[in-house]
Ligand binder design. Structure first.
Ligand SMILES: *Cc1c(COP(=O)(O)O)cnc(C)c1O
Length: 476
């Protein structure tokens, strides 16, 4: 279930009153009970425009389920106090508080750029202490007889988290400085180093898809893609790891043997090759057959397209923000290979959420405009239901000028780029995705006269394709 947080609104007052008055929730809260609607409305009207606090509502699957926020936002000392109070008892103990708190900490450290977040908790509020510690808060000390509550003086524990600790826990794939690109500074984010099945953006997406598979009682996975698909290789590996059946529907026109297809065989995936025009019907038929034989299949769209894939790169955007905050720099441009556009959609969603003024440029590896860009727009709209249309349009740069002869085709320019990058940086690119994107980025930067900027190239993976490239260029 998707967990999100948003600003507290007038319409939430009724729920707040109900939650706070529930004895299962208010043991450690300090309100004059029972809380009344009129008083709470007063509180809301008085406080709604204050900038020294942030009151938010936790939503789970679109339903309001609790309260969270920051108090005493102190700009001078760059710190704030974190609070959380779950309201709906049905969602307790399901990790919702943890996920909501992570979102709040993102807001505190990445949007407000605070230096410290702290929290107080009564000495016997063990559930909160567990939550704080699992989030990475450090126990800083005990304040003796700190408050008067329900007839006695009680000790409180104070927890704290610094921006350094927050950032170092976030981690993410490494980012390296690679020197100059024209008059610009070039950085590369190594998604190819995600530690599963040769990594890549399909590994980041698959991790989230398989959280759904693991949580939903599914016993097999169906997906589709070509014989050179990184997505199908990672999905087949994920299935094999769990002992789940994996069915890959593959278009006959693109079912040549590659290192990825050999790996799929190695993982025991069942590959069904049909003409591309029959792929859609074959998927439906396969799913129906599996269901009628008593199986419960999980279907993943080709390339890991869809809201879950978008979420993977929405989260990657947070990693980029963390890197920037930690290193005190800002990427003016972000380039990468765009295929189904899911990676791009996730990054654009991140940009829209934070309101960052930068250019995210997807270099198309196959699709032409307007189709290619429209798919990205649709993915963004689907993921961020209330983002303004002008902002979505303004943030979506899908460049189709470097697709050459189409998907998988390449000429000498790309061949030379792959060789040059391997020699100069020791990084394998491939001729279908990352080589094309790198080459496209270099030309884009030159032809648009970009200089004096920080540029991030996202290496989206595809390492097995590098070996196909070697085999193709050396007749192995
Ligand atoms: C699939 C893939 C892409 C394209 O990602 P999308 O999210 O489909 O746009 C880029 N690079 C590599 C190596 C890929 O495997």
């Amino acid at each position: 279930m998707k967990v999100s947080i948003r600003k507290f609104q007038k319409e939430d007052i009724k729920k707040k009153v109900e939650w706070i008055n529930n004895p299962e929730n208010n043991r450690y809260l300090h309100y004059d009970l029972p809380l009344e609607y009129e008083k709470t409305l007063d509180w809301f009207e008085k406080n709604k425009d204050r900038t020294d606090r942030y009151d938010a509502v936790i939503e789970c699957g679109g339903e309001a389920v609790g309260l969270i926020g920051l108090l005493s936002v102190d700009r001078k000392n760059s710190k704030a106090e974190y609070y959380i109070s779950m309201g709906e008892t049905s969602v307790k103990r399901k990790g919702v508080a943890f996920r909501a708190s992570r979102l709040l900490l993102d807001y505190a450290f990445l949007t407000l750029r605070l230096n410290k977040v702290y929290a107080y908790t009564e000495i016997d509020n063990v559930p909160f202490q567990r939550l704080a510690e699992s989030l990475g808060f450090l126990r800083e000390g005990v304040l003796k007889a700190d408050i008067y509550s329900r007839g006695s003086y009680v000790d409180r524990i104070v927890y704290g988290m610094s921006v350094r600790d927050f950032l170092s826990r976030r981690g993410g794939t490494p980012v390296g400085f690679f020197g100059n690109l024209g008059e610009n500074r070039l950085y590369v984010k190594r998604e190819d180093l995600i530690p599963f099945s040769f990594g890549g953006n399909k590994a980041r997406k698959a991790k989230l898809f398989f959280e759904e598979v693991d949580g939903g009682g599914f016993d097999c996975v169906v997906t589709y893609g070509s014989g050179s698909s990184n997505h199908c290789r990672v999905v087949a590996n994920m299935c094999a790891q769990r002992g789940l059946d994996c069915v890959v529907i593959s278009p006959l026109e693109a079912s040549e043997r590659t290192f990825n297809s050999v790996l799929m065989d190695e993982f025991g995936a069942r590959i069904i090759c049909v003409p591309v025009s029959e792929v859609h019907d074959t998927i439906e038929k396969t799913l129906a057959e599996l269901r009628s034989s008593g199986k419960n299949p999980f279907f993943i769209q080709g390339g890991g397209h869809g809201d879950t894939g978008t979420r993977a790169y929405r989260e990657c955007y947070d990693e980029i923000k963390s890197y920037e905050a930690e290193n005190n720099l800002f990427f003016d441009y972000i380039f990468f290979a765009s295929g189904t556009g899911t990676t791009q959609a996730g990054l654009v969603c991140g940009q829209l959420i934070y309101g960052d003024d930068r250019k995210i440029v997807g270099i198309s590896v196959a699709r032409k405009n307007p189709y290619g860009r429209n798919v990205v727009l649709d993915s963004v709209r689907s993921f961020l239901k209330d983002a303004p249309e002008e902002a979505i349009q303004a943030s979506t740069h899908f460049v189709d000028g470097y697709v050459g002869g189409g998907y998988g085709t390449y000429g000498d320019k790309i061949k030379n780029t792959v060789r040059r990058v391997m020699v100069k940086y020791g990084i394998p690119l491939d001729s279908t995705y990352t080589g094309k994107a790198f080459c496209g980025m270099e030309e884009y930067v030159k032809s648009n006269g970009i200089s004096g900027k920080n540029i991030l190239f996202i290496h989206t993976g595809g390492t097995p394709l590098f070996f196909d490239f070697l085999r193709g260029t050396h007749n192995i």
